[in-house]
Unconditional design. Structure first.
Length: 304
């Protein structure tokens, strides 16, 4: 597997870990992030940091390969706009972030006008990817994806598993979107199950013990359960954690896609709704429900 040269844009925790994995794999990485501290971290790992996007492009031999780990949305468009003047026909852009697949298709069409190849790589593995490898769901033209194989084989858990070319441009981000929707449902199921265990006070169950038992041989064993077990061991009562759950967008897109395709996805949809519900510390809805019960049945209302 011949090493390659590429530029990395975006050196948050995940991007920095990917850079380190690539450097360890023998690839030359030129890296840019707006944060000089982040650039310093990858310099220590063996990458070549630069102070601007123009310098990034200038430090790569054409045809260039640039891998973006940029937050979804306007930030991706702004980065592409800034990079474009320095790029040339035959260069390749890889969006490894969580972009909406519809945006990816639009961006690929725009780059095609400049004869610049565009690849979308749905990337899973989080902060553990450096040690475990990343799951890579890749969309793009077959020849372009094939040319990037050494990079994918280095980032994946092993050269022959954990990654694949799933379809044309947009298919990688679409697959990752559905992956994250499934993740919402799995997380919600584990959380509800352990909440039931905790509230059965008569049995005085040890949640850490139960989690450890389920990790081996059980049909519900998974890496997510491994992480759940670790979280429970570190903080059995979840002290210092507010019951407020964010969502990063992919769950919403998955639910919207389910509606567009007329495909029922009740578990994923409800898991998203539960995240929204977690943020309502003063729920008007619940107050109104209590008021209704009082109106029709004279049921007592609890005062705050």
């Amino acid at each position: 597997m011949d090493p390659m040269e590429l530029g990395m844009v975006g050196l948050g925790r995940m991007g920095a870990n990917m850079t380190l994995r690539l450097v360890r794999g023998g690839h030359r990485v030129v890296a840019y992030d707006a944060d000089p501290v982040a650039r310093g971290r990858v310099a220590d790992a063996g990458a070549t940091p630069v102070g601007s996007l123009a310098a990034l492009v200038g430090n790569l031999r054409p045809p260039r390969v640039l891998w973006l780990m940029v937050p979804a949305g306007d930030a991706v468009d702004a980065t592409l706009l800034a990079l474009l003047p320095g790029l040339a026909s035959g260069d390749t852009l890889v969006d490894g972030g969580n972009s909406n697949y519809k945006d990816t298709i639009r961006r690929a069409a725009s780059m095609a006008e400049h004869r610049i190849d565009y690849v979308d790589c749905g990337t899973s593995g989080g902060v553990w990817g450096l040690a475990e490898g990343y799951s890579l769901m890749i969309g793009g033209a077959a020849p372009t994806v094939a040319s990037l194989t050494p990079i994918f084989k280095t980032l994946a858990p092993s050269p022959d598993r954990g990654w694949g070319h799933v379809g044309p441009v947009g298919a990688g981000h679409f697959t990752k979107m559905i992956h994250n929707g499934i993740e919402y449902g799995l997380m919600q199921s584990y959380a509800e199950g352990f909440a039931l265990l905790k509230h059965k006070l008569a049995f005085e169950l040890d949640l850490v013990q139960v989690a450890q038992i389920w990790r081996d041989g059980s049909v519900v064993r998974s890496w997510l359960l491994d992480l759940t077990a670790a979280a429970l061991k570190a903080n059995p009562e979840m002290n210092g954690i507010a019951p407020y759950v964010e969502d990063s967008g992919e769950g919403r897109w998955t639910v919207a896609e389910a509606i567009d395709l007329d495909v029922p996805a009740p578990v994923i949809t409800l898991s998203l709704i539960e995240r929204l519900r977690s943020r309502q510390r003063e729920s008007f809805c619940d107050k109104l429900l209590a008021a209704m019960r009082n109106e029709f049945g004279g049921h007592a209302i609890r005062k705050p």
